[in-house]
Design a protein around this ligand. Structure first.
Ligand SMILES: Nc1ncnc2c1ncn2[C@@H]1O[C@H](COP(=O)(O)OP(=O)(O)OP(=O)(O)O)[C@@H](O)[C@H]1O
Ligand SMILES: [Mg+2]
Length: 332
């Protein structure tokens, strides 16, 4: 499935996003590089606050003050989204690219029936589609995500769905115009993890059928292990390791990835969530000068406290570490 030779669908290069605070500019995302091939499923994992959602919002051009994207390129099918006007971005969002938000209320309007919201999602981008054809597409989309009796459920309001079903509705809306890329941010509201697994299984099936690329933002490494092609591990605003799922999880290069795996109880199973690694993620006032993970890292060398490791690219894998756990050949 994954090849490194085709033109990426999405290529993020050197993305920096800050939040301006009284204490200074907080670097929420500081140098993210990410490459996604058409049809590829990428799991984006990392602890709370590592910058996963901000990465998603930055790609979608949805960072508002006090937030600001200060550097980087977001190339979608070769076009830099950062150079587009808001109007041009609006034409892409919900059409060629879609995001499913951590807070479903960002997608779903609580006072409108699902039907109206879905019809609008189609007709904003495709006014030529008749109401009857659009309605049929809505029913099919709800069916696809596994909502029983879709035709009658269209008449419901968002609050009439359970948390899991509401997320399926948000996914159905995202799929309506058959986007090339979906970024799905796992909801904060603790949904039953097996439901999350089921939803991702369904998403995987749909994406494989339609050739849709998917970025799945999650704390759940078990589901990623089973369902994603690639994994990207975030720590303190950076992707510290990425690569094909089997290779990264079998033999991680970065001690943080190792820590995430070790903190899982036993073998990784769908539904298991990340546990805490001892120590705290950095804050603005105690941001280390070198590698942000160094204060928590058992392998840290003296240089890790003073210099930030560059990104090493070795074949389809990348890592940022002076003391990697496996020797990967950058020339490979
Ligand atoms: N509106 C905001 N104002 C100020 N800081 C923000 C804002 N949104 C996010 N941040 C900061 O940016 C950093 C990254 O946040 P982000 O929401 O991307 O984390 P996350 O990885 O999605 O975490 P979670 O797993 O909890 O959803 C955090 O330190 C957070 O406090
Ligand atoms: Mg988040």
């Amino acid at each position: 499935m994954t090849t490194t030779t085709t033109t990426p669908l999405l290529e993020v290069r050197g993305l920096h996003t800050v939040f301006h605070t009284e204490e200074g500019a907080w670097p929420a995302v500081s140098g993210v590089d990410l490459s996604i091939q058409p049809g590829e499923i990428v799991g984006l994992v990392g602890e709370s606050g590592s910058g996963k959602s901000v990465t998603g919002f930055s790609i979608f051009g949805l960072i508002d003050p006090p937030g600001e994207v200060i550097a980087g390129e977001v190339l979608f099918q070769g076009q830099d989204l950062r150079s587009l006007t808001e109007e041009q971005m609006r034409r892409l969002r919900g059409n060629r690219i879609a995001m499913i938000f951590q807070d479903p209320l960002m997608t779903l309007n609580p006072v409108l029936r699902i039907e109206e919201q879905m019809l609008e999602a189609i007709q904003t981008h495709h006014p030529e589609v008749s109401r009857a054809a659009a309605l049929q597409r809505c029913v099919q989309a709800l069916e696809m995500v596994g909502i029983p009796a879709p035709a009658s459920r269209l008449r419901n309001f968002p609050h009439e769905f359970s948390g899991g079903m509401r997320q399926r509705v948000a996914i159905a809306i995202a799929m309506l115009n058959q986007p090339a890329l979906i970024i799905c941010d796992e909801p904060t509201t603790a949904l039953d993890v097996t439901i999350q697994g089921q939803i991702l299984y369904r998403m995987q099936e749909i994406c494989r059928t339609h050739g849709t690329a998917l970025v799945w933002i999650t704390h759940d490494l078990g589901v990623i292990a089973e369902l994603a092609d690639k994994v990207a591990v975030m720590y303190a605003g950076k992707i510290v390791e990425s690569g094909p799922v089997a290779q990264v999880l079998d033999a991680p290069a970065h001690p943080y990835t190792r820590g995430l795996l070790d903190s899982l109880p036993g073998a990784i199973q769908p539904g298991e969530r990340l546990r805490q690694i001892s120590g705290m993620a950095p804050t603005l006032s105690n941001r280390p000068a070198g590698c942000a993970f160094a204060p928590r890292c058992s392998r840290a060398l003296p240089q890790c406290a003073t210099a930030e490791p560059d990104r090493t690219v070795a074949g389809g894998r990348t890592y940022r570490c002076f003391a990697p756990l496996v020797a990967l050949d950058p020339a490979a």
